[in-house]
Design a binder for this molecule. Structure first.
Ligand code: BMA
Length: 354
């Protein structure tokens, strides 16, 4: 009898291991990596920098520290328009191949989405027309919105290696809802409408379209009144994050804001058994050559975070510049920061099993 039970439980264990989804595997791996340190990420890292665009095998980070970042972020904005490229000019074919390459080299990928306003077709920053209400059930744009989600699902389901392994991604839709600059932001919908938007997106993608490779992230921006005000619920979220920027050359103010948010996330993530991350950050135009080791790291090193994502080094905007490139004033300091034992780049995590 004992033998049979052992065989059965062995079988059960084997099936449950086998049955793990790509998303579940990534969650496990994120927890493992976190014990080693914090992964350093960069938005659009391998597709452009301030002085170059669309080159292959290039990266401002790699040119400085000899490794791609551990996390790469990409944005799906304008996938809903079906014209082949996103709002920053990155083609979805290129994005897909960079995502697969990042996975194959042992890295992690996160996706955001700045979709156009579904009511008037203007950008994500156009907040007219009660757009959240209109995309929900019973709203005038509901059908259209369902179509948009199908396009997102198709893309996410298409993320596969040449061997047919589905690539897991951390998807962070409807971000920065605690500000009012996007059509899904706090002053343009109620908290209940926002939660419906999030859960509807979840049910479509992870339910109907079977995107079993999505790890879900919830990420307000710093300065929120109540971090959990728009939280859709534990069953819809795996990663709790916050977006914190330095825009106005005040290191102390940034450090304080970062600390306030991270203190709070640390507590909430522990209570809800979630992974914590700094989902967007950076000092705009990197104006302080010692920022990484003297402002950022002294705060960050005290927290248990999965990753931080520095925003993009835009080819099309001088202001949108958050990591130094080779030859820039802050480059040596970033290299020093990268040498910290606990800052992880893709070379540092490649051996931690996928
Ligand atoms: C925003 C800005 C925009 C950009 C968008 C998507 O935060 O950087 O310029 O188009 O992200 O990358």
């Amino acid at each position: 009898m004992k033998k049979i039970t052992m065989v059965l439980s062995g079988l059960f264990l084997a099936t449950s291991l086998w049955a793990q989804t790509p998303a579940e595997k990534l969650i496990k791996r994120l927890k493992k990596i976190q014990k080693r340190g914090v992964m350093i990420g960069h938005q659009d890292d391998p597709v452009y920098g301030t002085t170059w665009k669309w080159d292959k095998q290039r990266s401002d980070v790699k040119e400085l520290v000899g490794s791609y970042p551990a996390v790469m972020g990409f944005d799906l904005g304008e996938i809903e328009l079906e014209n082949g490229k996103n709002l920053d000019g990155v083609t979805f074919d290129r994005m897909r191949s960079e995502i697969v390459d990042q996975y194959l080299r042992g890295g992690v990928v996160t996706l955001s989405w700045h979709p156009h306003n579904p009511v008037n077709g203007k950008t994500a920053w156009n907040t007219e027309g009660n757009a959240v209400r209109q995309v929900l059930r019973g709203g005038s744009e509901h059908r259209k919105f369902e179509g948009w989600l199908r396009l997102v699902a198709n893309f996410i389901n298409s993320l596969q290696t040449p061997d047919g392994v589905k690539v897991p991604v951390i998807f962070r839709p409807w971000h920065e809802m605690s500000g009012g600059w996007f059509w899904w932001g706090n002053t343009h919908c109620t908290a209940e409408e926002y939660k419906s938007l999030f859960t509807f997106t979840y049910h479509k993608l992870s339910g109907e379209y079977k995107c079993d490779n999505i790890v879900w992230a919830y990420s307000p921006n710093a300065g929120y009144d109540d971090f959990m005000k728009y939280y859709p619920g534990d069953e819809y979220v795996d990663v709790l994050g916050v977006d914190v920027y330095e825009f106005d050359q005040d290191n102390a103010k940034y450090a304080a804001a970062l600390k306030t948010s991270l203190d709070e996330i640390a507590v909430i993530a522990a209570q809800h058994n979630k992974i914590a991350a700094l989902t967007e950050t950076g000092y705009q135009e990197v104006k302080d050559p010692n920022w990484f080791t003297q402002t950022f790291w002294p705060v960050l090193r005290d927290y248990k975070l999965s990753y931080v994502l520095f925003w993009r080094n835009a080819w099309d905007s001088v202001k949108e510049h958050y990591l130094p490139a080779k030859g820039e004033a802050a480059a040596p300091d970033f290299v020093k920061f990268a040498k910290e034992k606990k800052t992880l780049f893709v070379n540092d995590i490649a051996k931690i099993k996928k």
